[in-house]
Write a protein that binds this ligand. Structure first.
Ligand SMILES: Nc1ncnc2c1ncn2[C@@H]1O[C@H](COP(=O)(O)OP(=O)(O)OP(=O)(O)O)[C@@H](O)[C@H]1O
Ligand SMILES: [Mg+2]
Length: 283
């Protein structure tokens, strides 16, 4: 099984290499990178390209590792025991109240699957440690039913992180790591082409120029990323903004139209306005 890229997602050669290395090693691929650089979409793309089902597990601050294996639904069981009748007969078999999590579903699936554990850094620091054994050995024990669940096929595991928390060393040891570098101009152009094949090249060139200049501004609190550029381009097309309006000669470095798609807080907008003001004075 090899990942060779896809027509909807621009994967650089080093990213494809990392995906295939993780598949060969049979280890989870830990993907980091700025927000909006395609971490989540990578797992979706690889699953689609390899023709495998994708099981997504989006992590929140309250998510526990156990939920990926199974949960015991005590509330339903109690309710059934009070209802009696048909429901009452279910009560005696505890297996009726075991809710399977993503890992269990993947382990027992007919075919190999792709698992996405998205934004692992959102959970508390015990979360990755609690999954070590399951991801390593690909098995776990269900105490309630005294059953060992073992993977029929080893799933391909993607784990994404935005670096909000450090991951433990023992966890890192078991992963293959890849940092998605922010796309260079050429790669970004290919990404835009994938999303807006009909985009006028003059508009694209101007927009990319403004976008990369904006990212260079020192002291910006939040640099706009790929998904923000795509939003901005979509708006520019919808509003039929001419390329000249992005940065015309006589009002050089004025704040670009629809900048709300790119700059996400007032400090950054002020910073940009100040720079534009200074640029005008120096002329
Ligand atoms: N390499 C790429 N090829 C095509 N589209 C891309 C690429 N990278 C990013 N995008 C676009 O950017 C959007 C955001 O990507 P995605 O949600 O995967 O980012 P992310 O890294 O998971 O961000 P976050 O850290 O905020 O969750 C995607 O929906 C896609 O439209
Ligand atoms: Mg994401």
């Amino acid at each position: 099984m090899r990942f060779e890229g896809s027509s909807e997602y621009v994967a650089t050669p080093d990213l494809m290499l990392a995906v295939n290395a993780a598949i060969t090693l049979q280890r989870p691929l830990l993907v980091k990178g700025e927000p909006g650089t395609g971490k989540t979409m990578l797992a979706e793309t690889v699953a689609a390209a390899l023709g495998l089902p994708l099981l997504q597990w989006h992590i929140k601050s309250t998510t526990k590792a156990q939920q990926g294996l199974y949960e015991y639904d005590a509330v339903s069981r109690l309710r059934d025991s009070q209802l009696g009748g048909e429901h009452g007969s279910r009560v005696h078999d505890i297996a009726n109240y075991i809710v399977r999590g993503v890992l269990w579903q993947a382990f027992t699936a007919e075919t190999p699957t792709v698992i996405l554990i998205d934004e692992i850094d959102k959970a508390d620091i015990e979360f990755p440690n609690d999954l070590l054994r399951e991801l390593d050995r690909m098995e776990f024990y269900v105490y309630e039913t005294r059953e060992l669940v073992r993977a029929r096929h080893r799933p391909i595991v993607f784990i994404t992180s935005n670096n909000e928390k450090e991951l433990p060393d023992a966890f890192l040891r078991r992963c293959f790591f890849h940092y998605i570098k922010f796309p260079d101009k050429e790669t970004m152009q290919s990404i835009v082409d994938v999303h807006f094949p009909g985009l006028k090249q003059t508009l694209l060139r101007e927009a990319l120029e403004v976008f990369f200049e904006l990212r260079e501004i020192p002291g910006l609190k939040k640099k706009p990323s790929t998904s923000e550029l795509l939003d901005w381009l979509k708006l520019l097309m919808a509003e039929d903004i001419p390329p000249e309006a992005l940065r015309s000669k006589d009002q050089k470095a004025a704040i670009p139209p629809l900048h709300g798609a790119l700059l996400k807080n007032e400090q950054d907008v002020h910073l940009f306005e100040r720079l534009a003001f200074m640029a005008r004075q120096n002329r």
